[in-house]
Design a protein around this ligand. Structure first.
Ligand code: NDP
Length: 280
């Protein structure tokens, strides 16, 4: 039976560290880290994520400012708010919750954020820094995954890492992070042929496809480390990942649960990035 990588426990350790660092920053330099979160529209999942981010901020002693804007807010208005926040000295991190309504261009919005306040790590400047092996703000989910692997003492260097999913927010940045750590990285996607032949090679397998329980035990090698990024709501209301947890846990050496795995680490890394932005 695999070791369960408990994201709730690991993220608590990270948050405790952030809390004490934030206190030191306040005592020594009078700085309180500030995060601004912009939410446009009524997407139910986005509302839940934003609420979690805000309460995490408050818990560690950060200032949290929320901008809840109606669905029909113009792009011009959003860009104006971002420009003001770029110059606001009490705000060190700016986050625009995705997805945005169709009339707004997410690239334009992200590119308007001061890259040093881009705590999601999505700005092309941050993406480029990661690409060149000298990252500044690293996207939170990939960073949280690597943190989980490290905190379990699992070696990355020289390992075969296989990622299922090539999105800009998970698959691609994670591939670069693992490559920077000297893993041999393969990225799979919907047009990968013989997927299970590739996934079976993985010492470290990361599933980020958004397909409920698509990774079965026959697709992994004995003793693999299996990280499940997927969050899928089934018709019966149950939340599952991209990995068939029970059967894969029989064969893996380590596995993350859903919920309580990668999700809490993502939020913890947002706090780490905001602390960094405030500390400079
Ligand atoms: P996207 O939909 O942007 O990307 C999904 C990727 O998976 C695409 O590259 C797609 O391939 C690939 N894919 C889809 N189906 C298959 C398949 N059958 N075989 C192989 N590859 C496939 O998703 P995200 O990266 O944004 O998110 C992925 C999952 O992770 C979602 O469930 C999301 O909810 C969750 N998530 C969780 C987070 C957390 O904090 N825990 C944070 C972010 C996301 P192609 O490019 O060819 O279409």
């Amino acid at each position: 039976m695999a070791i369960i990588m408990d994201g709730n426990r690991l993220s608590r350790d990270v948050r405790n560290h952030v809390t004490s660092e934030a206190l030191r920053l306040k005592q020594n330099r009078g700085i309180v880290p500030g995060l601004a979160v912009i939410l446009v529209g009524e997407d139910a999942a986005s509302k839940i994520y934003v609420k979690r981010k805000e309460s995490a901020c408050k818990e560690v002693g950060f200032l949290s400012r929320e901008f809840r804007l109606p669905h029909d807010t113009t792009q011009k208005k959003i860009l104006q708010i971002i420009r003001e926040l770029n110059h606001d000295q009490s705000i060190h991190g700016i986050l625009v919750q995705l997805p945005l309504p169709g009339h707004i261009n997410p690239d334009t919005v992200i590119e308007t954020i001061d890259p040093r306040k881009d705590v999601d790590g999505f700005h092309p400047w941050n993406v480029g820094r990661l690409f060149s092996g000298d990252p500044y703000h690293i996207a939170c989910t990939p960073r949280g995954i690597v943190e989980m692997i490290d905190r379990h003492g699992i070696e990355i260097e020289g390992k075969e890492a296989v990622i299922v999913g090539r999105s800009n927010i998970v698959g691609k940045p994670l591939a670069l992070l693992l490559l920077n750590r000297h893993a041999t990285v393969t990225i799979c996607h919907s047009r990968t042929k013989n997927l299970s032949e590739v996934t079976k090679r993985a010492d470290i397998l990361i599933a980020a496809a958004g397909r409920p329980e698509m990774i079965k035990s026959g697709m992994i090698k004995d003793g693999a480390v299996v990280i499940d990024v997927g969050i899928n709501r089934l018709d019966n209301g149950r939340l599952v990942g991209d990995v068939a947890f029970a059967e894969v846990a029989e064969k893996a050496s380590h596995i993350t649960p859903v919920p309580g795995g990668v999700g809490p680490m993502t939020i913890a890394m947002l706090l780490v990035n905001t602390l960094k932005a405030a500390s400079l």
